[in-house]
Each structure stands twice: as C-alpha cells, then as structure tokens.
Design a protein around this ligand. Sequence first.
Ligand SMILES: [Zn+2]
Length: 273
Amino acid sequence: MPTYTVHAVNVGSFPLGETDKVLTIFSAERGIIRAVAKGARKPGSKIAGRADVLNVNKLLLATGKTFEIISQAENVETFPNVRKNLDRLSYCLYYAELTHHFGLGLSDESASYFHFLCDSLRAQGKGSVDAGTLCLIFELKLLEWLGYQPELDCCVVCRDALTEYRIAMFHFESGGIVCDRCSRLEQRAKVAEGGSYGAPRLSIYSKESVQITPFVWKRLILAAGETLLTEAAGNDNSAVLLRANQAARRIIQSYIEYRAGKKMKSLELIGKL
Ligand SMILES: [Zn+2]
C-alpha cells in the first residue's frame, strides 16, 4: 500500500467496528481526509489520545479503499489551555465544525488554511483577546477563503456606497448590506403585492435577512481588516464594544449557517449558559 505523510488537525470523528474510529482531519498537504485510527476506542491505546478532536498530529497514512489508514501518529500540539476553558473550547470546536463542513472547498489553499486554523486555536488558548472577537475574525477570514466575503462597503441592491446613515439590513442570499432606501422600496413593493403575490426581489422580511445597526456594521468592517497576529481587535475590551462584536458575530454566524444550509451545534452550549 502506498504511504504518505501529512500534518493535520482532527476536526471530527465517528466510531467504526468494535474499537476503531474514523477521523476527519484537515491536512496542510491535502485538505480534508478521512482516515481510520485502529484501536482508538480501546482504553489506554497509544492512538486514543492522538485521535481527540483539535489535536494536531504528524501522520503516516496508507491509501485504503474507503478510508485512509493511519500507520503512525506523532502528536504535535494539543492546545491544553483551550481544553481548560469551556467558553474557549466551544469556540474551538466550532472552528473544527466549520472546517469539517467547508473543508472540501479549502483544498486549493490547504497549507495556508491549516496554518491559519492552528494560529486561531493558539490565539484562543492564549486567552489575551476576547473569545467571541477572535471567533468573529476567524469567521470573516473563513468566508473570504470560501469566496463568500460579505459586502460591507456598498449596498448589494443599488451598489451605492454605504454610510452610517444608510444601513438597514444584512441580507444573507445577497451576502451583504442593503441600504435604507432599497429596504424601504422593498417594503412598499411587498405591501403593494399584498404580501403574498409574486416573487419579491429580496425577501427582506424572511429568515434571509437581519437588521443591522451602524455601530455593529462598523465593528464588522474593523474585524474584517484584523488578523490574529495584530490582536488590535482585542486591545479594547470595553463592554459596549464586546456587545457590538457579539452582535456582529451573531449576524455572521447566521450568514455562515445560511451558506452551510444547516445550524452549527458547537456553540449551542454557550448560548444556554
Ligand atoms: Zn441600496
């Protein structure tokens, strides 16, 4: 069987047979791969610890029929600080869930994305920047990689430049902001149609859009320009800014879930706490 080496983050798994696990990994070399970790569910087995989600390993893989087979695993990083904090762990599991879902679309830039994912997990472990703010930066960068970067500079309908006096909605299908004028026109058209006839240009009052305030819009623009390395987003931890960042993050999470066509589960726990 041909073998090859990869460096990869574990982003998901499911049980196989009595004692095995199939890992979904995101590798620097080949993007998403599914590989069998033999004996990973046997207590005390060497591979068990390496098969945990979020672990980074150097793996020797053999090409299999349905899944690759892990012949050797060397642990590279485990992010212990992330695992000590439920809040940060939830965000990191969310990164894994997003990578699992969107990973196939990232294979052309697998090396860059792999390093970005590791940097993002490390930044959560460091704990110096608010967890939600880091997550917002992660989400916006992921969207950029996937070609779904939100349009924040001009209205997605009329293409006029946006100002803080002209912000109305974030529209998921169009992937950006709708200005107040287009939003009003749409509302009138909807009323004229009696609310139920014909297909409106934008279904602004459905689940496909949410209201956005000028302050939250500004936070989005700032976060879109941030990198994890500058950490400038985290230098100001005032309660007002953190709330605005959280509001911005909820909009972007809804946009991501709209693109994914499903709800992400990892952050449900945070919502309940
Ligand atoms: Zn407009």
